[in-house]
Design a binder for this molecule. Structure first.
Ligand SMILES: Cc1cc2nc3c(=O)[nH]c(=O)nc-3n(C[C@H](O)[C@H](O)[C@H](O)COP(=O)(O)O)c2cc1C
Length: 179
């Protein structure tokens, strides 16, 4: 049984939901997960208390959360010494086109090159459009982006594109590698 840290950043909550699902799968695989928001780390928090780490973040305006990038860059040496995995939540991964997947993978490649971290596994995870949570300007911008992508533009509804089977499969693979 490995103590696995699931460390994440999230702006509208989808990466947080993915982090919770990752932890559930780790637990059913016989490991001992702890889910921690990077911005709300307890004072006693120490990366080296864990046997393995999963980091998650989501993409806004072409970048993962700055606080995630900063943390991972600062702790890249420790992360590189542990078994580790990264998941990246984006709408590009929800586009369903080869171009969309390529964009989603580019966000990951840029994040890893900027931070100097080499996780053992990476996953690009389709995110969500949460119109009900956006203010007027954000809702307008996201509707334009969705329109350009051929996505959902009815702002009276929220849309979740996350493929939970994929999330579970990615986590189960990582969990299996820790045994
Ligand atoms: C203001 C804003 C900008 C976004 N920019 C991008 C982007 O550049 N590329 C992309 O693939 N997805 C983009 N997205 C989609 C988010 O990655 C997606 O909504 C994701 O589910 C957000 O995750 P979170 O709820 O954990 O913050 C953007 C979303 C918002 C609200």
């Amino acid at each position: 049984m490995a103590r696995v840290l699931v460390l994440y950043g999230s702006t509208e909550g989808q990466a947080a939901t993915v982090a919770e699902r990752v932890a559930e799968v780790l637990e059913t695989s016989g490991h001992d997960p702890a889910v921690v928001h990077i911005r709300h780390r307890p004072e006693s928090f120490d990366l080296m208390d864990y046997d393995a780490v999963v980091v998650g973040a989501s993409v806004h305006m072409g970048k993962h959360q700055k606080y995630v990038t900063r943390y991972v860059k600062k702790h890249a040496d420790e992360l590189n010494r542990l078994p580790s995995a990264f998941f990246s939540v984006s709408l590009a991964a929800a586009e369903g086109s080869e171009e969309g997947w390529e964009h989603a993978r580019e966000y990951v490649a840029e994040f890893l090159s900027e931070t100097g971290w080499n996780p053992d596994e990476t996953a690009v995870v389709p995110g969500a459009l949460k119109y009900s949570q956006y203010g007027t300007l954000k809702r307008f911008v996201m509707k334009q982006i969705a329109k350009r992508m051929g996505g959902d533009t009815d702002t009276a509804h929220d849309y979740e594109y996350t493929d939970w089977n994929e999330v579970e499969g990615f986590t189960a693979d990582f969990a299996g590698s820790l045994e």
